[in-house]
Design a protein around this ligand. Structure first.
Ligand SMILES: [Zn+2]
Ligand SMILES: [Zn+2]
Length: 338
């Protein structure tokens, strides 16, 4: 757990991932695994025909804990004065899992991506490389039992069915879920992929923490997927949520699904602002409209849905007092690139 603790205590706020990438490079060097670094600071290696692992090196919090505490199965962070500090376990848990999987399977392809919390750069890399990979595993989902797959058009039924079979066979308890924005939104344009829970909770907040058993369970699932399914090819997803603006607005218009996309809107907005070339103004405008609809949220703790204007001071759920994920209204304007 030494590496995990070091990752938690090192800050990699979006755009300043250097200290995290130094750790990743050091670990890859120790394993004698070759890699390249692209213009966006992403660490990658593509081995044709092998499965691809992906986790992002940036985090939302601009500070990191001085002290990492393990208590009754959960890991928390704090500063020297005892104030809670988020771990950045989104997505350091994913980095830790990918590095551990590379220790077991050193021939896998991998991308340690940058600025995922701002819309992500892994798509740019894949567009250039057009890799021939069997499938990709992203470890960047909250909680301990979700696999984001066909509901987000990341893969077809063949892939998720096989993975759930593995989970059932080894009694790991994973189920399919709807997810927010992740690197899968980029990767799935080129490779079928899934986003797997990696044990973090209350992401983006100062009370972010990790459930250690869930983190270990995700690593185990990763191991099993590679060992049981690593030789398989899977169908490419037919529709991607980013492919048409209609998809974006239709998701934004549905009250029952939009809360699941709270974080996704944030990603979508910076994505559309920075990555679209044609019809830029119109797309930007539509993206903003659906973004505004997304101010409803579901409390992860009690399951109640509430509007951001009903939020308690300090971003707490008005029903149960639980801390909610960073709200859209408090999200800082992303810097528009280019
Ligand atoms: Zn993440
Ligand atoms: Zn995040």
């Amino acid at each position: 757990m030494k590496l995990l603790k070091e990752l938690y205590m090192t800050n990699g706020v979006s755009g300043k991932e250097g200290d995290i990438s130094n750790i990743v490079e050091r670990e890859l060097d120790l394993m004698k695994i070759d890699y390249e670094i692209d213009a966006h600071g992403q660490i990658y290696r593509i081995v044709e025909d092998n499965p691809l692992l992906c986790a992002h090196m940036d985090q939302v919090q601009s500070d990191s804990p001085d002290i990492v505490i393990y208590d009754r199965g959960e890991i928390f962070g704090s500063n020297k004065k005892g104030k809670s500090i988020g771990l950045g376990a989104d997505d350091k848990n994913g980095i830790w899992i990918c590095l551990n999987l590379l220790r077991l399977y050193p021939d896998l392809s991998f991308i340690f991506s940058t600025e995922e919390e701002m819309g992500g750069n892994s798509g740019i890399l894949l567009r250039e490389l057009q890799p021939e990979s069997r499938f990709a595993l992203v470890f960047d989902r909250k909680g301990g039992s979700d696999i984001v797959a066909t509901f987000n058009s990341y893969c077809e039924d063949d892939m998720i069915d096989d993975i759930l079979d593995v989970s059932d066979e080894f009694e790991m308890g994973f189920k399919e879920a709807i997810g927010t924005f992740s690197d899968c939104d980029h990767l799935s344009k080129y490779i079928p992929c899934v986003n797997i829970s990696c044990g973090y909770h209350n992401a983006h907040s100062h009370v972010e923490h990790t459930v250690l058993a869930e983190l270990r369970n995700s690593l185990k699932l990763g191991e099993l997927i590679i060992s049981e399914l690593g030789e398989n090819y899977y169908g490419r997803p037919q529709i991607n949520v980013f492919d048409t603006i209609d998809d974006l607005t239709s998701i934004g218009g549905k009250r029952e699904t939009k809360s699941a996309y709270t974080g996704w809107y944030k990603g979508a907005r910076s994505y559309y602002e920075t990555k679209t070339s044609s019809n830029k103004t119109q797309k930007k405008q539509i993206a903003y409209e659906s973004y505004d609809v997304g101010s409803w949220t579901t409390c992860y703790e009690c399951g109640q849905e509430y509007h951001e204007t009903d939020r308690d001071e300090g971003g707490l759920c008005p029903f149960c007092g639980a801390m909610e994920y960073i709200s859209i209204s408090r999200y800082e304007e992303p810097t528009v690139k280019g």
